[in-house]
Design a protein around this ligand. Structure first.
Ligand code: BEZ
Length: 209
């Protein structure tokens, strides 16, 4: 069954490059980005995992723990790790799940048979501290993900959780935000700065600090 926004992220136990984990215990009350890739020792995947390692401080700043799944063995993951460090410029600093029996891949619907073989596509799940799925993205095997976009959405989710706002098209942190439709303009002016009504249903405000 597919996983929808707002669902609880299914729990699992798995062998990873950091040892055996229970996903919910490992994640605890952090955010997590769980993503899959087709196979070890493949070029696009090596660039993606290298970038994930290089973004370690950016994820930590946002209280996000990245974790990656490949259906290959943990022995292969350990052999591949130096290449990831070399390509990304940072040693591997997050766990890679070994899923040779495809238990986790099937739980998260990461295998899309129409995309070719039985390896996983490039699925992304952003999961919040309460274990709710907050973003899903699915990329084909031949197209690497944009990690600036993944960080941008996490910034937007954290901003919209903290204040009665939404974020407009192409929003970047620091840009003006949209007042939540649930709030009257009068109430918005007491809670947010520089509220401007462009339409009765479209009100802008400064991003709360
Ligand atoms: C890659 O990671 O380079 C890759 C994997 C499967 C299909 C195409 C590219």
């Amino acid at each position: 069954m597919s996983i929808r926004l707002g669902d609880e992220a299914p729990n699992f136990t798995a062998t990873t490059t950091d040892g055996e984990i229970d996903f919910h215990q490992w994640k605890a009350d952090s955010w997590a980005v769980l993503y899959s890739h087709p196979a070890d020792f493949t070029p696009v995947c090596t660039t993606e995992l290298g970038r994930t390692a290089a973004l370690g401080d950016e994820f930590a700043k946002r209280n996000v723990k990245p974790i990656v799944l490949s259906v290959d063995s943990v022995e292969d993951h350990h052999k591949w790790a130096p290449d990831i460090g070399e390509v990304g410029g940072t040693d591997l600093n997050f766990p890679i799940i070994a899923d040779p029996d495809r238990k986790v891949a099937e739980l998260y619907d990461m295998i899309h048979p129409g995309e070719g073989d039985t390896s996983t596509v490039r699925s992304v799940f952003v999961i919040d501290p309460a274990n709710k799925v907050r973003l899903t993205l699915t990329y084909p095997k031949s197209v690497g993900r944009n990690f600036d976009e993944i960080l941008r959405v996490i910034d937007a989710l954290q901003a919209t959780d903290a204040a009665p706002i939404a974020t407009p098209v192409d929003w970047r942190p620091g840009d003006r935000v949209i007042v939540s439709p649930a709030l009257s303009t009068e109430d918005a002016k007491t809670k947010l700065d520089n509220v401007e009504e462009v339409k009765p249903y479209l009100r802008w405000a400064d991003q709360p600090s």
